[in-house]
Design a protein around this ligand. Structure first.
Ligand SMILES: Cc1ncc(COP(=O)(O)O)c(C=O)c1O
Length: 372
């Protein structure tokens, strides 16, 4: 079975290593960083000292609904800019939305790859004298052309939950001098030194998962229930944001401090390439990224499927329970034809797991079953 996230029991990839902190210090020596429980609170704290209510932030339309909530809490308006099929901003649309009250433009490095057009976004934010936020929630250890993703721009964030078997965890990177000078950590900054509810729940569910692995049919029922509960459309973005107001749990801090980034990245890259081979030749499924440049740690293997529901069912039938569509767009985006490309992408995209807990031979075996 291929699930969405790695498990704490994936012993082969959980050998102790340099830890996330040392990796960040090695690849982004000019940035300072702080741990958080969630990327959303890291975004809020990064901006808090720099803005006044009534200003606005531009974000790509192709985004999960709760990600703009930290801006709303600061009294800011979120404005969505349209994107191209490559995820590059539609620059005409982006520029038309910038005005005197624009305080920041956010880019998003989707699936572990740099968002196309990063340099042009940086030039625009310079020209309009606003901040550039580098949202790298998807891939904490992706390095492109010598830069750790998340450390372009004035400040950035990443989410450890998308890399490691942890219940929570994020990093705020502060790159520009001004952001560093204005930063004041809220009480949610940093790592908790207490064992809390998140730690206990995580350990309990990890143990339960381990037991369920011996009973695949029961596992499938549990996964169905859990995925219903996790359906973002059933929870309003504000509640999701309020749930994210937690410091980084002790268990996440412990896992992050011993994680071994290089072998994790190598395993993810190998699984990415294995999916490439397995799906090659299917004319109903088109990978979003053909090349895998050096240093990239893919979050998932993203494809566009001509029939998203049918492909997800096909994958589920051969045991890929962790494949999913992404994202559920915010209603104001979903209902606006200006965002036609984002809407189409959300209706076609299927993300396949590549995490370090998967052995490539499992993906190859899935490929054989898919072909039958
Ligand atoms: C692009 C993007 N940015 C930010 C976030 C927020 O991260 P977190 O869930 O750690 O608050 C997410 C979460 O999925 C995301 O996909």
């Amino acid at each position: 079975m291929i699930r969405a996230t790695p498990s704490v029991f994936d012993a082969s990839r959980s050998k102790s290593g340099e830890g996330i902190g040392s990796f960040v210090e090695r690849h982004a020596p000019d940035s300072t960083y702080t741990y958080y429980g969630s990327g959303k609170i890291a975004l809020r704290d990064g901006l808090a000292g720099l803005v006044d209510p009534g200003e606005n932030v531009l974000v790509p339309a192709y985004l999960s609904p709760a990600v703009v909530e930290p801006f709303h809490e600061l009294g800011l308006e979120s404005r969505f800019y349209a994107i191209e099929e490559t995820f590059e901003p539609d620059f005409a649309d982006l520029e038309a939305r910038i005005d005197d009250d624009t305080v920041a433009v956010m880019s998003v490095n989707y699936f572990g790859f740099p968002q196309p057009g990063l340099e042009r976004i940086a030039a625009l934010t310079d020209e309009h004298d606003c901040y550039h936020i580098d949202d790298n929630a998807h891939a904490p250890i992706s390095v492109h052309d010598g830069t750790l993703l998340g450390t372009h721009g004035d400040f950035g964030v990443t989410t450890l939950r998308k890399l490691l078997p942890v219940p929570d965890g994020a990093v705020l990177y502060r790159t520009s001098d001004e952001v560093r000078a204005q930063f004041e950590p809220s009480p949610l900054a940093g790592r908790s030194d207490q064992v809390g509810t998140a730690d206990c729940q995580f350990v309990a569910t990890s143990v339960a998962r381990r037991l369920l692995e011996t009973a695949p049919s029961l596992q499938r029922s549990v996964d169905a229930v859990l995925s219903d509960e996790a359906d973002p459309s059933s929870v309003d973005p504000r509640s999701r944001y309020d749930d994210a107001k937690i410091p980084m749990s002790r268990v996440s801090g412990a896992v992050a401090s011993v994680a071994d980034p290089d072998p994790i990245r190598a395993a993810r890259r190998e699984n990415f390439r294995t999916w490439q081979r397995v799906l090659d030749g299917r004319d109903d499924v088109t990978p979003l990224y053909d090349a895998l440049p050096e240093g990239i740690s893919p979050y998932e293997f993203a494809v566009r499927a001509s029939d998203q529901t049918a492909f997800l069912e096909e994958l589920n039938d051969v045991g890929v329970v962790g494949a999913h569509s992404w994202p559920i767009l915010r209603r104001s985006v979903r209902e606006d034809e200006t965002y036609e490309t984002s809407i189409r992408l959300a209706n076609e995209l299927v993300a396949l797991p590549v995490h370090q807990g998967i052995d490539p031979s499992t993906i190859t075996a899935v490929g054989d079953r898919l072909r039958r």
